[in-house]
Design a binder for this molecule. Sequence first.
Ligand SMILES: *[C@@H]1O[C@H](CO)[C@@H](O)[C@H](O)[C@H]1NC(C)=O
Ligand SMILES: *[C@@H]1O[C@H](CO)[C@@H](O)[C@H](O)[C@H]1NC(C)=O
Ligand SMILES: *[C@@H]1O[C@H](CO)[C@@H](O)[C@H](O)[C@H]1NC(C)=O
Length: 542
Amino acid sequence: MGMNGVFVSFTAAWFLLVCHGPYVRPDVFEKFDLEAVHVDVDLDRAFHRVNERFLSVAIDASLVAEEKFMYLLASPKLKTLSSALSPGFLRFGGTKQDFMEFNPYSYHQHRRNSHRYLGDMCKRLELPPALEESLRKEWTLQALLLQQEERKGKYRKVRFTEYAVDLLYSFANCTGLDLIFGLNALLRTSANSWNSQNAQMLLDYCESRQYNMSWELGNEPNSYQKKAGVQVDGYQLGQDFVHLRRILSESKLYQFSGLYGPDVSQPRDHRRDLLEGFLENAAEAINACTWHHYYVNGRDTSLEDFLDPDVLDTLATKTYEVLETVAAASPRKRVWLGETSSAYGGGALGLSDTFAAGFMWLDKLGLGAKLGLDVVIRQVLIGSGTYHLVDDNLDPLPDYWLSVLYKRLVGPEVLRASVLSALKPRRRLRMYCHCTNKKSTSYKRGAVTLFALNLGKSTAEISLPAYLANSTAEAFVLQAPEPGEQGLLSRSVKLNGVVLKMVDERTLPELRGVHHHAGVPLSLPGFSFAFYVMTEAQASAC
Ligand SMILES: *[C@@H]1O[C@H](CO)[C@@H](O)[C@H](O)[C@H]1NC(C)=O
Ligand SMILES: *[C@@H]1O[C@H](CO)[C@@H](O)[C@H](O)[C@H]1NC(C)=O
Ligand SMILES: *[C@@H]1O[C@H](CO)[C@@H](O)[C@H](O)[C@H]1NC(C)=O
């Protein structure tokens, strides 16, 4: 076997993982052999610590385009699924946020600081099964209409009431997610500065209900010209944020609340100027700098793109650019992917909701943390398009299960794990390493979670060094439900050989790892990904 093994050598606190292409069949040798890679992991020191809510989710503001669809958030099934993603942020925003106005039915009748709805809100608001079913059916049609609107680039204005806000907050509150509400930045005065009147009304309402939440202002301001014929530069947007921060600081409840922005698209041309201008003025006003990232255009992509290490690496290029810009203007300011998914334009049809999407998602989580991003907000938890984690039937998709496993097994401490490839520039085995999540698991102190993606066709055998090989491991291997392209394009996923399904609408299945005997190589099948909890790694960083 010689060259066909994956072996690891371990010295002191460092270990070196060298992966060779195992069991390469002659017919696929050209395209699919695994190159030799080394993974170095520093177990002594976490070189970076991400937010505990690193993996977060978004609900696109278009859900409120017809307010009744907000009642989907009262679905017991959706609440069950979402609770498993806590702790996390829940961002409510997107293109539609800049076309939304708060229009309460009875604003002036509210007694301020009324606590009427607090406490049992979670249980009180529950969508009855019959209503859920009819709403889901109507939603399918609504989702198509929203997609059409997005394609045409003409956005209808929307008014929402206190009911939408109550449903949204109640959903966040009872799933344990921290709500971030995206305010409309396209409400502007004749002097082209932000008109805060409507936001003030919403803030007053939320404060009267004691809704503990944080804020954003505007979505992808770099395309306001295209979307609304309005030009807002970085300087002006910065002024608008300073204005919002002043309003928040005058509120008892929101004086310390989070403000994130500017939710700019990935850097290109004037977007970078916009970000620079914004930071010059508003770095002090924000708690984290947000930008958006998609790998590909949903209408012009392929399965090959989803499995292409070069496409996955484009995230690094863009991230470096943003980190550099932010560091220059405001050292130590945290940077978030404020909205991100595989493909823009609502996702790629037949790809973004399949098993294949997991490669982009897991690699983004691994690479994003390694590069120094603090939070990654996945577009979307539910909503129109195909990049959702939960489909229109409110059933979980492969990326949902991947997210839950990541949440449970991966802690915030990022260990330096570098894959070095001497032979070829294309790397088909990608690995990341964090301390195991101590809060959601009962593994021993010092446990680490390795996670790996195999973008090649052949099985990778990862034999561990003596030191780690002596550690038992628990393996969580995620695979397509059937072999071949059809499997990759499936909307379900197998964990250690068993297709994942909810037990019932209030119960997730047990997500159990398989015990891995010490001394036996880890084996990662082609086109699959896995988490390996090295229970006895005894990493001093963890
Ligand atoms: C939900 O609301 C209740 C009542 O205000 C509060 O005590 C609790 O901390 C909230 N939970 C979350 C996760 O926001
Ligand atoms: C609001 O939520 C944040 C984040 O969960 C928390 O740190 C803070 O203590 C909360 N504030 C109040 C007043 O409940
Ligand atoms: C691994 O286990 C073997 C057999 O128990 C033992 O001889 C060896 O010293 C152990 N290696 C390390 C690094 O702990």
